[in-house]
Design a protein around this ligand. Structure first.
Ligand SMILES: [Fe+2]
Length: 340
């Protein structure tokens, strides 16, 4: 127990163990502790040990721009559901690139629940286990219209935004409505390098986000104050919270900060939309686009809507805690570094 810990206790004697796989430590309070070389290597305060440990937290982050449009990793739905290597590739690519397309999924509601259960489970929200995106006669959200949707992350109006988002195209007979995607980590890097004072305000001053209204049968009143750029304990960019559609008109700022905040969010938006960075994806029925919602911003072009022109997407979320747990489990018995 921690209350019994003596931090003054020092090593009195060190001996190599009999089978030469490690050492035996004798402490000056008399207790002994065997330590294997593998354990010692893993727990050393060395660059190698730190690098090895980092691999357990993240795979490898690869930033991308417009060129990734022609290179997006595409996986087959049946493979993901039946083959652990394909599932691992999906999750590892979401961790490194943050964007994957899954082809040939069943064109029916509930398919994302199957994928969620294959990983762990879907994250429920106030909209349920999944949400349906199509044009409604009395829309309660811009997503339920055929209008353009600006690049955003989902759920900045909640204190724990969704980690991975899946958007499943169940039916698409419309014209237009291409999905737009941009790597927010790349855009943040560019903003930091070219406009450090604008990066700083998005790093240090919060934006108030809200989502207030009614969805089908219940009322919703979500409200947060969040930074656009959230860092991890090592100072590395970890989460992006950005949605002009759900940004509150109230600004929790000093009056002299307001213009600078507008300048910063507009500049960040311009970088995201720049020709070098933006990706377009035209989803066909049976396609699923999956992306890291804490990094990759998504939007949609407007589309035509009317008789014979239908667009129905189902969306769902999986938390990174569950996805990274699955990655670590699968890595134990799938050779994830094998080129394929
Ligand atoms: Fe969205």
């Amino acid at each position: 127990m921690l209350e019994n810990l003596d931090i003054e206790c020092m090593i009195k004697d060190v001996n190599i163990n009999e089978d030469k796989t490690g050492i035996n430590l004798t402490w000056n309070d008399g207790h002994e502790a065997p330590c294997g070389y593998e354990w010692l290597h893993k727990h050393g305060f060395t660059k190698e040990a730190k690098k090895e440990n980092e691999r357990l937290h993240h795979y490898r982050e690869e930033l991308w721009g417009h060129e990734y449009e022609a290179e997006i990793v595409k996986l087959n739905y049946d493979d993901i559901m039946s083959d652990d290597s394909a599932l691992l590739k999906l999750l590892v690519t979401l961790d490194s690139k943050g964007l994957v397309i899954i082809n040939k999924a069943p064109q029916k509601v509930g398919t994302l629940v199957e994928i969620g259960n294959r990983i762990a489970f879907l994250k429920p929200t106030l909209w349920g286990e999944t949400f349906q995106v199509f044009s409604k006669a009395a829309p309660s959200d811009l997503a339920y219209t055929p209008c353009k949707l600006g690049l955003h992350t989902d759920g900045p109006f909640t204190y724990h935004s969704p980690g991975i988002q899946f958007l499943h195209c169940i039916k698409n007979t419309t014209v237009g409505g291409r999905n737009e995607l941009s790597d927010g980590f790349l855009a943040a890097k560019i903003l930091k390098e070219k406009y450090p004072e604008l990066y700083e305000i998005l790093l240090k001053r919060p934006i108030q986000y809200q989502n207030i209204g009614k969805d089908d049968n219940h009322d919703i009143y979500n409200l947060t104050r969040k930074l656009v750029f959230e860092l991890d304990p090592n100072g590395k960019l970890e989460n992006i919270n950005f949605s002009h559609q759900t940004r509150d008109s109230y600004m929790d700022l000093e009056i002299e900060e307001v213009q600078k905040m507008y300048t910063a969010i507009k500049k960040f938006n311009d970088i995201l939309y720049s020709r070098e960075n933006l990706i377009h994806v035209q989803l066909q029925s049976g396609d699923i686009v999956a992306f890291n919602n804490t990094r990759v911003l998504h939007g949609r072009e407007e589309y035509q809507h009317g008789p014979g022109l239908e667009r129905h997407l189902e969306g769902g979320y999986v938390e990174w805690d569950q996805a990274r747990s699955k990655i670590r489990i699968l890595k134990k018995y799938v050779d994830f570094d094998k080129p394929n």
